[in-house]
Design a protein around this ligand. Structure first.
Ligand code: FAD
Length: 387
């Protein structure tokens, strides 16, 4: 009887999928796999969902994928967004978005996604951090912070901004720093910002402000480290500098009340990263597959997209290295276009001529918004997320 037990054990192991990271990509992949009858264990290091540095803009593609996953963002209080504004120095230009969009705090979104994963039958282990991931003969072995291990023949790496030792992404030569802060704006400014996502340019970076649920506004901004004021409270100095450089932001924040004791911040954002390859049985998704410049508001959409494509590839028996290379080619044009546009936003000449560019911005915005969306066709089995 012993050999039969052994065979049974191996079969179980091979059926099981391990997902590392319970953000957008990890949850999306786990829900899709569980719906297809797979046994899935998801490991998320935070015991409860927390605020994350993110502009919290949900593009049309992101909304479609979330809907397919059973997430109704409207019922979670998401703010509808139907136009964008670009502000530099004292000027601003506005354009309607060519797709429906919304804005929802990551805390609310991640809470809903994790709840859906649990409801779908995913075994979610929270408050456990993965410390290492290595291949031991033909299985992957993840070591957790309590010293225990989890094994599976297939792993989806979805740890977002955080790299696992031995699987890290390249350095970030620009040394980007990102901040997020919630504000209660004055009633007049709340009304002005209604249904809009505003992008503001300043030397060394850009920021976005938009309404989220419960009538509050999210200010999320990135800046190259060398442009960050030094000494004292760097956030306070940076916030003052952004408002000096961009009076539009000063107008929005006049009389505003900050809602967090201090901003949430992250460093090391390898914008433009596209993973070239991976090892057998290790599908890399979300920010572990691609990191698009934040101003596009496409990171969540790409996270959902890569999760959906990876699940389809796994179900179709496509080896992970082939999937990863294919994903890279599919996203390459969009990534390079976004990087090119981001270079323009951060270029002092471009900012100097921006007053002229702003005249044509609405038209340009409509075109780039379309061009920088994730191509949905031809990369994924269409029913991978079906109920
Ligand atoms: C400044 C900024 C603004 C942005 N604004 C937008 C925007 O407006 N719209 C948009 O679509 N995208 C935006 N993005 C991008 C978006 O936030 C990411 O692309 C998206 O969150 C990626 O999803 P993910 O699932 O890969 O990672 P995450 O959502 O970050 O999830 C990763 C999860 O893994 C967990 N984890 C990490 N390490 C471990 C570990 N060792 N063990 C276990 N669990 C672990 C984390 O706790 C986390 O829950 C922005 C990004 C930045 C930096």
């Amino acid at each position: 009887m012993a050999p039969i037990q052994l065979t049974q054990h191996r079969t179980d192991l091979h059926d099981e999928v391990l997902i590392l990271g319970g953000g957008v990509a990890g949850c999306a992949a786990s829900i899709a796999l569980a719906r297809k009858g797979h046994r899935v264990t998801l490991i998320e290091r935070e015991p409860t969902p927390r605020h994350k540095v993110c502009g919290e803009f949900l593009s049309g593609e992101a909304l479609e994928d979330l809907h397919a996953l059973g997430i109704d963002v409207a019922s979670l209080g998401a703010a509808p967004i139907d136009h964008v504004r670009l502000a530099a120095a004292r000027r601003a230009a506005e354009a309607p978005l060519p797709f429906p969009a919304a804005s929802l705090t990551r805390k609310a979104l991640d809470t809903a996604l994790l709840a859906e994963a649990v409801a779908t039958g995913v075994k979610v282990e929270r408050g456990r951090s993965v410390q290492g991931l290595q291949r031991v003969s033909d299985v992957w072995q993840a070591t957790l912070d309590d010293g225990t291990t989890r094994e599976a023949s297939t792993v989806f790496l979805a740890t977002g901004k955080h790299d696992l030792r031995g699987h890290s992404r390249p350095a970030d030569p620009q040394r980007w720093v990102a901040f997020k802060m919630y504000f209660k704006l004055s009633p007049g400014q709340t009304a002005e910002l209604s249904r809009a996502s505003e992008l503001m340019l300043y030397p060394g970076g850009y920021g976005g402000i938009q309404p989220v649920e419960d009538g509050i506004a999210n200010l999320c901004c990135v800046v190259q480290h060398k442009h960050l004021p030094s000494g004292g409270d760097r956030w306070v100095s940076f916030l003052e500098k952004m408002q000096r450089d961009c009076p539009h932001l000063a107008m929005r924040l006049a009389g505003a009340e900050p809602l967090l004791a201090k901003p949430i911040a992250i460093t090391h954002i390898p914008y433009g990263f596209l993973r070239r390859t991976t090892e057998d049985g290790l599908y890399c998704i979300g920010d572990q597959a691609a990191v698009i410049p934040s101003f596009t508001g496409d990171g969540i959409s790409i996270a959902l997209h890569t999760a959906r494509c990876a699940v389809a590839a796994y179900l179709a028996g496509e080896p992970a290295p082939i999937f990863q290379a294919r994903m890279r080619s599919a996203l390459l044009a969009q990534m390079r276009l976004a990087e090119f546009a981001a270079g323009g936003l951060n270029n002092s000449f471009a900012r100097a001529v921006l007053p002229f560019c702003l005249r044509v911005w609405p038209g340009v915005m409509r075109v780039t918004a379309k061009l920088t969306r994730v191509a949905q066709q031809g990369v994924v089995a269409p029913d991978a997320l079906a109920h």
